[in-house]
Every structure is written in C-alpha cells, then in structure tokens.
Design a protein around this ligand. Structure first.
Ligand code: GZL
Length: 349
C-alpha cells in the first residue's frame, strides 16, 4: 500500500516537473520570441561616432542615419563619443552586451583600440572602421576600413599650391606657411600634416608653425589670432578642415589682412579640406579660400554595401579609400599630378 502511495506521489511530481519544464521552455521560447520580435528581422548596428565637431561630421552622421533605417531593414543604435575615446570604448562595450550584429566605429584617434576590439572579436561581432583609421597590432581585430587617403589629400592641396606658384611666378622661397591642424593623433590630421611637411621640405617652403585647432571654427579663429600676433609675414594658411578655415578668415579680416591667392600683391592665401560646408564653398566662389581638397563624408551607402557582402558570406576589401577631387575658384591650375596620377580640379559654380 505504502509503495503504491509513494509511487503515485513520485509520478505526480514527475508530471509536474515535466509541465514546469515545458512552461519554462515556453517561457524561454516566448522570451526568445519577444527578443527576436524586438530585433524582428532587423540587422542591428551599433555605431560609435566620435563627435559633432564639424559640418563634415554632421554630414557623416546623417549619411549613416539615412542609410540604416528600419524601412531598409536595420536597427541603428547611435552613440556620440563627444570627442572622447573613453566614451567610444564604453559604447562598444555596450554594443557587445546588446549583442548587436555589427559594430561601426569612427575613431577619434588612431591608437588605444586593441583591447576593446579584441573584446568585440571574442564576442564574434564584426567591426567596420569608417573615416579615420585605427592603429592596432593585429588587423584581424577589425573586418575592414572605408575612408579617405588623408596624406593624398594633403599632397593634392600642396601640389595645387606648387603649381599655382609656378603659374603665377611666385618663388617658393616667398611662401611663409602656418598649419591649423585637426585633432592631434587623428588620421585626418596625421595625413594632411604629413602631406604638407613633405612638400614644404621638397620645395623649400618656409613652414613657420603648426598648431592644433581641433577641426573647429572657434579654435581656428583663436589660433589664427595668436599666429598673427607672432608673425608678420604669413601668406599661406593651411587649414586642415573648412570649419578651421572659416575661423581663420574671421581672424584675418579682423586683422585687416587681404585674403586671396595673389601672394605677390600681399594677399594671404587660405587652403582647406572637406568641401561640405556651404559657407566654405561660397568662400571658394569668392576666392577667399583658394583651394579645398575634398573629403567625402557620405559613408552610409558604402558601409551598407560592406554589410550586405558580409551577410552573403562574402569578404569585403580590407581597406577601401573613396575617390575625392579638388575644388578651386579658377582654372589657372587645371589639373594636378600626385604620385604620377593625374587629378582633375573642379571650379565651384
Ligand atoms: C576626415 C574627418 C575630419 C574632417 C573634419 O575624414 O575625420 O574630421 O576633415 C572632421 O571636418 O572634423
């Protein structure tokens, strides 16, 4: 009798356990279901943007947001690093916890990414680097890079300056140049500065001073003011982006300087990079900025192509650079040649 009693209890407990498991499985399943419902069929992308310092940056962010919409099948999680690498590293760790499908990183500076990119790799999340580059010991820590060749941008701007001097009979020894640099340690600053230094060395240009101006208009104006107090012979201002150039122009006008390409007649020539800011483009039309080396911010569609390839199990190019031009006021220099490749120049209408 006793035996039958305990057997009945055991069987009831066993059936209860079975129902419980199936419920929790259902629970898990419904949890999973709600999880997948949250993601739906969307591809989830964690995008760590470095900041909002310039018009170029805003256009870059806009391009990513316009591309990775839910209508296009994506869920974009956007984090603004506010110019701080620590914020970007925190964002990447958050993306890893959220188990996103892809991480896109626009790094504020080149170094200091190895550890967090290793964490993303260990989590099996592909990382796509855009715009500026990362300097890591092991390039398997990121899937691929798409952005600009910044040293080439610098060389193009300098080759235009060299050709312009030749065409207008300005002796290279007449040039007295200052460089308003971007964020120190960023690929854009490193490349554009390297291009200038190479040309200054090879052509015996007088490179008076290089100062960080953080790619912003405010800093460009402040640093230009200081340089004008220090030097009375500046006749070329090399600005590593358009926002700095606009700030420099404000300071030059405050100081009563004539701004333009006619160095022989005492004008101060302004050279810049990007070409996305409408005010800067207007300055080219008015010959206040003599030349802008284009830096194209529209990486959204390029990243989408990469992700579509990865989704199909294909392998994108490890490094891809976008092709970029030169914007000018007139065709005194109608083409330039850099590293034996010819580039057209474009008059800004
Ligand atoms: C270049 C980009 C630079 C732009 C600046 O790709 O990193 O940062 O030239 C921006 O305008 O702030």
């Amino acid at each position: 009798m006793k035996k039958r009693f305990f057997l009945t209890i055991y069987i009831c407990l066993f059936i209860a356990a079975l129902i419980g498991c199936s419920k929790s499985a259902d629970l898990n399943y419904s949890d999973k279901q709600s999880d997948s419902l949250e993601k739906g069929n969307l591809t989830v992308i964690g995008f760590s943007q470095l900041g909002a310092e310039s018009d170029w940056r805003s256009a870059n962010t806009e391009s990513m947001k316009e591309t990775f919409t839910e209508e296009n099948g994506y869920k974009l999680i956007f984090e603004d690093g506010q110019q701080k690498q620590a914020n970007q590293i925190m964002a990447i760790r958050k993306f890893i916890q959220q188990d996103v499908d892809y991480i896109v990183l626009a790094p504020v500076t080149e170094t200091g990414w190895d550890t967090v990119l290793k964490e993303a790799k260990d989590a099996g999340i592909p990382v796509i680097i855009i715009d500026r580059m990362v300097d890591v010991d092991d390039e398997s820590l990121f899937t691929c890079y798409v952005g600009s060749d910044f040293e080439l941008e610098g060389k193009k701007a300098c080759e235009w300056l060299k050709s312009y001097c030749e065409k207008t009979f300005v002796n290279p020894s007449m040039l007295h140049i200052v460089n308003l640099q971007g964020n120190i340690g960023s690929s854009a600053q490193i490349g554009r500065t390297t291009g200038l230094r190479k040309y200054a060395y090879e052509n015996h240009w007088d490179l008076l001073e290089e100062v960080p101006a953080d790619f912003t208009q405010t800093k460009g104006r402040e640093e230009m003011r200081k340089l004008l107090k220090k030097y009375d012979n500046i006749n070329v201002v090399y600005c590593e982006n358009d926002n700095e150039a606009l700030g420099a122009i404000e300071a030059l006008e405050e100081a009563g300087k004539m701004i333009g390409p006619n160095i022989r007649y005492g004008e101060v020539m302004v050279i810049s990079f990007d070409g996305i800011n409408e005010e800067a483009r207007q300055c080219v039309r008015e010959n206040k900025i003599s030349c802008i080396a284009e830096c194209n911010p529209l990486h959204g569609p390029r990243v989408q192509t990469i992700i579509e390839m990865l989704e199909l199990g294909k392998t994108p190019m490890k490094h891809s650079n976008v092709s970029e031009g030169i914007y000018v006021h007139d065709l005194i220099v109608d083409k330039i040649r850099v590293d034996s490749i010819e580039y057209p120049v474009t008059i800004l209408k």
